[in-house]
Design a protein. Structure first.
Length: 276
């Protein structure tokens, strides 16, 4: 392909990217594409091969975006196999942060496929809006960081690691479905017991000066003989209390029984709260 054809290809790709459609871009990546992001952030590295680009770069990025990513080309210059594109990306993260970065991309195109990409951008903006790869940015509590490091499987509804640097660590004892008088709420009713248990945790963390947004770890102890699959029930109720974008680290364990046979679930929590 000549310069004019390569330029036309990138114009076509960016016409779709401006609409939030990345499919033509992905389709034109060569299987052995090499994508280098400049700078010194954790995102700055070379991704070798289309599969690595998709799984190690594009998927982690997309997981942080609330809407489809859009990129607009302001200027495209072609010289043989190389095409230089100056442009701007625009998207909002799931944490509600705007990520509008300016870019200069240098592409090498061979036989209609993108073989190499070198990306120049504002690296400080990357860190501010996107944090580290696998990190869930935008936490309202700078005393701790909830994130999912590379090398671990993607979690569902929880974070893999809580990094704590604060000075007020709150440990909340295992809560069960009891009202303030000690009476059981929801005898034989698993959803009702889960609901009341989360309400009790909410009372406890607020008494320590925090909110559920400050909870960094939850441990669940569920009676194995509970009818049906308890996990969907727990998840549905849990998601009304925790941040689904920055969920706490958690462990879920099935047990033969709890201290009292009528208790169906017990949950304990750890929170990091501001102040002393």
């Amino acid at each position: 392909m000549h310069s004019a054809e390569n330029k036309q290809l990138m114009q076509s790709i960016f016409s779709e990217l401006a609409k939030g459609n990345s499919k033509p871009f992905v389709e034109h990546l060569a299987d052995d594409v090499r994508w280098t992001i400049t700078g010194t952030t954790k995102w700055s590295k070379t991704f070798q091969g289309k599969q690595a680009v998709l799984t190690d770069l594009l998927e982690p990025l997309r997981s942080q975006f609330a809407v489809p990513y859009k990129a607009t080309a302001h200027r495209i210059i072609a010289d043989g196999e190389h095409v230089v594109v100056e442009g701007r990306g625009c998207v909002t993260t799931k944490a509600g942060l705007p990520y509008n970065n300016a870019y200069c991309w240098v592409y090498r195109i061979a036989e209609g496929k993108i073989k190499e990409i070198t990306e120049y951008l504002d690296t400080e903006l990357v860190t501010a809006a996107l944090g580290q790869p696998g990190e869930l940015p935008g936490s309202s509590n700078e005393l701790f960081r909830l994130f999912n490091p590379e090398g671990l499987p993607p979690p569902r509804g929880y974070s893999q690691v809580a990094e704590i640097s604060g000075v007020k660590l709150v440990q909340i004892a295992g809560q069960v479905s009891l009202d303030p008088s000690g009476a059981l709420v929801g005898e034989g009713d698993f959803p009702a017991q889960v609901e009341r248990t989360f309400q009790n945790l909410d009372v406890a963390v607020k008494a320590a000066g925090g909110t559920f947004a400050d909870v960094v770890k939850l441990n669940y102890y569920c009676v194995a003989s509970t009818k049906g699959d308890p996990l969907p029930v727990v998840r549905e109720i849990r998601d009304r209390f925790v941040s689904v974008e920055k969920p706490p680290v958690s462990t879920f364990v099935f047990v033969s029984r709890l201290v009292r046979p009528e208790w169906l679930i017990e949950i304990e929590a750890t929170a990091v709260v501001r102040g002393v």
